[in-house]
Design a protein around this ligand. Structure first.
Ligand SMILES: [Zn+2]
Length: 105
């Protein structure tokens, strides 16, 4: 029986994204475009840092909901990790304090 290979969906429910949503504004340079005198073109983008540099992924409007969800999942995961780390610090602090109260061997 052939092995069934499943490809994960492009927008996995568990996808995490780090960074922030920004709006890029630019003028395209065409003299007759509305951006020459009026509002610049706006493009949503995900701005994130990697290896000490700020990088940008330009997006489309239809990407925004998925990106926002991925950013929210990252924030929740980071908060959960932070809470676990603080609980670990409390437990360590308690163990050290309890050890200090025991007579030295
Ligand atoms: Zn333009």
């Amino acid at each position: 029986m052939p092995k069934i290979v499943t490809t994960p969906p492009a927008n996995d429910d568990a996808e995490l994204l780090r960074g922030s949503l920004v709006t890029l504004r630019r003028r395209c340079g065409k003299p007759n475009c509305r951006c020459a005198t009026g509002e610049a073109h706006e493009t949503p983008a995900l701005s994130y840092s990697m290896d000490g540099r700020t990088k940008t992924v330009t997006l489309r409007e239809q990407d925004l909901a998925d990106v926002e969800a991925g950013l929210a999942r990252y924030g929740q995961a980071r908060e959960a990790l932070e809470a676990e780390a603080l609980a670990g610090i409390r437990a360590l602090t308690n163990r050290v304090a309890a050890r200090r109260q025991q007579p030295r061997r």
